[in-house]
Design a protein around this ligand. Structure first.
Ligand code: S3P
Length: 417
């Protein structure tokens, strides 16, 4: 290969996507088993590569030269083959540094906790020191080496200003988990998570909910790739490209989630939206029916609403971990806060706020078979829909107009909020 990425498992990697938007070279993902690393590095059959888990430290002995940053961190993610001599660098450092500046996160004079003890945590340590933090502690489960334990962090450093997570906690497929409880750290002004799948881990969603400046790892991933590409071909890239690639990647991965009252049009709008955005369409009610092998009416009649809600929650947990989908939810999906929280990890939630007068009761909807049930549901739920959505859409009678409004909002929305 000429250019590419080596690591043990690369199924999750977005790197080929990112590099394809840079200098037009072919970027290969090469899974290298542990016992083949030695021969791969000795053959040097590449022009330039990136290195990921678990080889960022293991490649160092094969290098002829190493940048001062990579040396002080003790990890290398970029190797250039210059006429048979291998030069190692660490662009993760620049990636995280760029993310911190992009966020406007002030570290000067601040107390920072770095969760995790692996390679990325060492990079984070170097970055926060460079940004002038007052104190920094690395936190690991067993507190060995120069790390403290999670209990020590909670007891002695609850006044931390910034938390940076470098552990895989909350990462696909085990979404919905966070390494710490943010209420234990009431002074926080910033949270960064190296995890980029899901797009917003539970930790990031929790922080945003409290109004704390927070961002996941996708921006950092793009930035480190752009800096690596510059070194690959020894040419500068306009740094606006980082925002551009990040935003394009974010929108190609992010889900559009539709919530709202029964008969508000979620499924109709969702199908067309999925077609027009080239995203996969998922209807949670259909998934529930497939899972149970019964219709929604039969589930309600035979198992009751409580069991229905259990099945609905497990379906939502599953579909929330998918990306690049339009997800139409059942009218009651937002009744459990955890469902909404999970859907937000990869999705932007739109509430289709069709006025009560335009909603209809139907026989196949067990909770809204008649007008008075429908009105009761509307009153009970209206504020829950409002509170759970990122954006309220007041629909017109034209389906195509509703699709257009959501599409425009989704692609013009400029942040990962
Ligand atoms: C329900 C709405 C239905 C379906 C189930 C429960 C609800 O979906 O999930 O009957 O609680 O409002 P629609 O909103 O697609 O009708």
């Amino acid at each position: 290969m000429e250019y590419g990425l080596i690591g043990e498992k690369l199924g999750h990697s977005f790197s080929a996507d990112i590099h394809s938007k840079l200098f037009g070279y072919n970027y290969e993902l090469r899974e290298v088993p542990k016992d083949e690393l030695d021969s791969f590095m000795k053959h040097k059959a590449f022009k330039a590569i990136n290195v990921t888990i678990p080889y960022k430290e293991a490649v160092i002995p094969y290098l002829d030269e190493i940048s001062p940053t990579a040396k002080s961190i003790g990890a290398v993610n970029t190797i250039i083959n210059k006429d048979g001599k291998l030069y190692g660098d660490n662009t993760d450092f620049l990636g995280l540094s760029t993310l911190i500046m992009h966020l406007g996160l002030e570290l000067n004079g601040k107390k920072v906790l770095i969760l995790g003890s692996g390679g990325t945590s060492k990079t984070a340590l170097a970055v926060v020191k460079k940004h002038g933090c007052k104190e920094v502690f690395r936190v690991s489960r067993n507190g060995t080496g120069d790390c403290i334990t999670y209990d020590e962090a909670k007891v002695n450093h609850s006044d931390a200003d910034v938390i940076i997570n470098t552990t895989p906690c909350g990462m696909f497929p085990k979404i919905g988990e966070a390494p710490v409880e943010l209420s234990d750290y009431p002074k926080l002004s910033g949270v960064v998570d190296a995890v980029y799948n899901p797009l917003r881990s539970k930790l990031i969603c929790d922080a945003k909910k409290q109004g704390i400046t927070a961002e996941g790892g996708l921006y950092m991933l793009v930035a480190q790739a752009v800096y690596a590409a510059e070194k690959f071909v020894d040419q500068k890239v306009d740094k606006k490209k980082i925002d551009e690639i990040y935003y394009g990647l974010l929108k190609s991965k992010e889900n559009i989630v539709l919530v709202g009252m029964p008969s508000c049009g979620k499924t109709t709008v969702g199908r067309i939206l999925a077609f027009e955005t080239a995203k996969q369409f998922i209807d949670t009610d259909e998934e529930i029916e497939k899972f149970a092998g019964k219709s929604i009416s039969e589930i309600f009649a035979e198992l009751g609403e409580k069991s229905f809600r259990e099945i609905e929650s497990s379906v939502i947990e599953k579909v929330s971990s998918l990306q690049n989908a339009v997800i139409s939810t059942g009218g009651g999906a937002v009744l459990r806060e955890r469902n909404t929280e999970l859907l937000k990890e990869n999705g932007r939630i739109y509430f289709i706020d069709r006025p009560l007068d335009f909603l209809v009761s139907t026989d196949d909807r067990p909770l809204s078979r008649n007008r008075s049930d429908l009105e009761k549901l509307y009153k009970e739920r209206y504020n829950i829909y409002l509170g759970s959505c990122d954006k309220r859409i007041v629909p017109s009678t034209e389906v195509s107009e509703n699709v257009k409004v959501i599409k425009e909002e989704f692609y013009n929305e400029n942040t990962c909020n």
